[in-house]
Design a protein around this ligand. Structure first.
Ligand code: HEC
Ligand code: HEC
Length: 469
């Protein structure tokens, strides 16, 4: 594994010393050494900030170039399909760009080894890098940053990087909130983003005292790897930190991303897209790789390691919060466990489409989902369109591993948890790292990965079905 990176660096350097100097000079925040522990900061804050700010335009341009090469990021709404709050259109069409000279149909007819050998896997199917692999860390979308600043005067804006995807390819904001304890109320958010300032007013009389205390803790900021008071931070002013619901806005996702805590060295850590917390009450395993067995465990450990760096040592230095299992963690979990999926009016109690309500195209999509497409092998309708298992999709059958994208080494994903498909139209971008922008992209992806050879009409019907979930 190390050899991939070493050989890449050696190859780059062997072109000439001049190239090496250029490469290092352009992004002089080098990847940390291939070690488990994060090195201590070596520079005063003002120096680190100056260098980071000078690098930022190049860092962002490099990421935009990669995104433009991989995807069509334009705003193309799907006619008549809105996210659950009714304010934001679901995006249409395949956005992953094909390599020159092949069609999706031709690609699906080829054997994985042939696609790999001819280098024909669309680059957008490969793992998506973080904007800055060397540093990693949490990156929030602008609407989240602006709203938290407006309500709390707390700054989530980093000086070294910006969020990289356009607004049309992220979830609606703020998203609606549905409670298992009050289905009759529908969305209880009143169109607002829940924060430490307004939660009491919005939830008073709707939740129990225990749930209210859990909610308060989920909205309280605590120090984090990039948002803290030390010289090792990526925010201009000393920061009180980050709250759970800064990423899980209104218990949904806002597409904020990070690097996986579960992998080292730094160059191999893949991007991780925030997940929705809707329907958590039915999930038996948590995290795409960690497979933690309870919401309590997850809630406790996220803060223990400064949310997502998998590094309790560095977290301790910056001020870790160790929530008490009985008095705090249990209440945080109880609040999370009453967040429901958005209503799916066309589904019956078995998770099947009601033929009275669904269109012929949606019904056809359901038949493909259960049959030829084999989606229901893992996304089981009776259990909220997941199976509480992890699966290895073995995408590396289709591409040469060890390719480097913006300092990130693309290695096999290995087993990943099956995510639920309930309310899936509300959660772009897709897969654990957000590498796919639309539902149509996910259908092309699984058509290839599973080798199920769906025709053009079947793929369209399947997308129409996914929107009903
Ligand atoms: C950086 C933004 C961020 C913050 C802050 C954050 N999370 Fe998360 N959360 C994520 C991401 C990303 C995942 C997906 C992890 C994975 O797939 O391995 C996740 C996953 C989860 C899950 C598991 C969901 C599932 O379906 O497996 C739970 C539960 C959770 N978070 C709760 C919390 C709690 C409680 C806090 C505060 C202590 C918190 N999160 C803070 C980004 C965040
Ligand atoms: C072998 C099990 C398996 C089968 C079969 C399968 N999936 Fe999945 N699905 C997964 C796993 C595992 C993930 C998470 C992968 C990742 O994040 O890298 C996933 C993720 C997804 C996602 C993205 C979820 C999210 O929250 O981002 C969509 C959409 C999806 N699958 C649709 C389908 C469709 C449509 C089919 C049938 C054509 C299908 N899946 C067949 C296991 C499966």
């Amino acid at each position: 594994m190390f050899r991939y990176k070493r050989s890449f660096i050696l190859a780059a350097c062997s072109i000439g010393a001049g190239f090496c100097v250029f490469a290092v000079g352009a992004f002089s925040d080098p990847l940390p050494p291939d070690t488990t522990y994060r090195p201590l900061p070596t520079m005063p804050f003002s120096d680190a900030r100056r260098i980071d700010e000078a690098q930022k335009p190049d860092v962002m341009k490099r990421q935009q170039d990669l995104l433009q090469r991989r995807y069509d990021l334009s705003d193309k709404p799907m006619p008549g399909a809105m996210m659950s709050g009714g304010m934001k259109p679901v995006q249409a069409d395949i956005r992953v760009r094909l390599p020159a000279g092949v069609t999706w149909g031709e690609l699906a007819e080829m054997k994985p080894a042939e696609i790999k050998q001819k280098n024909l896997l669309p680059e957008g199917f490969l793992p998506l890098p973080h904007v800055k692999q060397a540093t990693g860390g949490q990156v929030f979308p602008n609407r989240q940053i602006d709203e938290i600043h407006a309500q709390e005067m707390r700054d989530l804006r980093r000086f070294d990087v910006d969020f990289d995807l356009p607004d049309n390819l992220t979830p609606e904001f703020p998203p609606p909130i549905f409670l298992t304890t009050h289905p009759e109320l529908g969305d209880v958010s009143r169109g607002q983003l829940l924060t430490i300032k307004n939660f009491y007013e919005i939830m008073n009389g709707i939740v129990t005292p225990v749930q209210m205390e859990g909610l308060r803790l989920l909205l309280t900021p605590f120090p984090q790897e990039e948002f803290n008071q030390t010289e090792d931070r990526k925010v201009a002013d000393q920061s009180t930190g980050v709250a759970c619901l800064d990423c899980h806005s209104n218990f949904h996702t806002n597409a904020a991303f990070h690097l996986t805590p579960d992998v080292r060295p730094q160059a191999d850590r893949f991007r991780l897209d925030s997940t929705s917390l809707r329907g958590l009450f039915n999930q038996q395993i948590h995290g795409s790789k960690r497979s933690l067995r309870s919401v309590e465990d997850f809630s406790e450990f996220e803060q223990r390691t400064a949310y997502f760096n998998g590094d309790h040592v560095s977290a301790t230095r910056k001020g870790a919060n160790l929530p008490d299992r009985t008095n705090q963690v249990a209440m945080m979990a109880q609040m999370q466990n009453i967040i429901d999926f958005p209503p799916a009016p066309k589904l019956d109690v078995f998770g099947r489409l009601d033929p009275e309500l669904a269109t012929p195209q949606e019904l056809s999509g359901e038949r493909i989902f259960m049959g030829k497409g084999r989606c229901a092998d893992c996304h089981v309708p009776q259990t909220q369109f997941m199976d509480n298992d992890m699966h290895d999709l073995k995408l590396e059958r289709f591409y040469k591993i060890g390719q480097v994208f913006n300092d990130f080494v693309a290695l096999p994903d290995g087993p990943i948890k099956t995510f639920t498909l309930r309310g899936i139209k509300d959660s772009p971008p897709y897969l654990h790292d957000g590498r796919l922008m639309t539902l149509a992209d996910t259908v092309e992806f699984f058509n290839l990965v599973l080798g199920v050879k769906l025709n053009e009409q079947e793929k369209k019907d399947l997308v129409a079905y996914l929107v009903t979930l």
